[in-house]
Ligand binder design. Structure first.
Ligand code: APR
Length: 235
């Protein structure tokens, strides 16, 4: 990889699909049988906290059974070989990048193994093995209600200023396993392109913003991502 390279990588649910976590918009997706408005909006939580609590505890429990796959591990290898040159941004809340060996990850949609206090904004870890209980108070203010530390529809993603800075200074931008239907992440490719970066989409099928990318690599992430990383490391 040339020394001048700064790579920004955006991942979505597709990178974790072969680990056994359903994607949001594919067949068998997580939102099936649940309305997004009910389980992934502040209004849905206010309306029926118990339903949201059950849904997230079910999702949290499933994370005990899944393992990172070859795509997560390949990205960790790329980061380890080029410290400080590879910015990894994920929309996923699953922690599989860290479990696959990445140490620096920008979780723009939060994480599912942490809670957030609606009252004071305090955030704290909640391991998958422990159930999130609605009646448990916030450890900082003793108030609540507490909720998963994930970004719901209608809320502002985390780290946007830092991400914008990285997009405007990168030489290569890759989006892996994301459908390009949810903004602002779907617009990152255009920012990178306008900054002069080469752009590559790595996905099972063309995303909603596929035409914004200069290069396309089609196929399952566990095959395509390790091959792509090997190619970069050989440059
Ligand atoms: N390898 C590569 N890509 C895959 C694979 C695979 N094995 N399996 C599925 N994909 C692709 C699908 O073709 C699809 O384009 O991954 C993409 C997954 O898209 P979504 O389910 O829409 O997930 P994502 O883009 O991450 O969703 C964005 O939407 O629901 C919200 O907050 C949630 O972070 C999420 C955001």
């Amino acid at each position: 990889m040339p020394r001048s390279e700064k790579i920004v990588i955006l991942t979505g649910a597709g990178i974790s699909a072969e680990s056994g976590l359903g994607t949001f918009r594919g067949a068998g997706g997580l939102w099936e049988n649940r309305r997004v408005q009910d389980v992934a909006t502040p209004e849905g939580f206010a309306r029926d906290p118990q339903m949201v609590n059950d849904f997230y505890n079910m999702r949290r429990h499933r994370h005990l059974e899944v393992q990172p796959n070859a795509a997560h591990q390949a990205l960790a290898r790329l980061q380890a070989d080029h410290p400080g040159e590879v910015v990894l941004i994920t929309q996923n809340v699953d922690r599989l990048h860290e479990r696959g060996g990445s140490t620096e990850v920008l979780h723009m949609h939060g994480v599912i193994d942490a809670l957030l206090c609606n009252h004071c904004g305090h955030r704290w870890p909640k391991p998958f093995a422990e159930a999130w209980r609605l009646e448990d108070p916030c450890p900082a203010c003793d108030g609540g209600p507490t909720r998963p530390d994930v970004v719901w529809f209608g809320e502002m993603p985390y780290h946007l200023d830092e991400i914008e800075g990285h997009l405007l200074s990168c030489t290569l931008f890759a989006a892996i396993g994301t459908s390009g239907q949810v903004y602002p992440a779907a617009g990152f490719v255009r920012a990178a392109m306008m900054a002069g970066a080469h752009t590559v989409e790595i996905n099972l099928e063309a995303s909603a913003v596929a035409s914004d990318f200069a290069e396309h690599i089609a196929g399952p992430a566990t095959q395509t991502v390790p091959e792509w990383v090997d190619g970069l490391l050989a440059e």
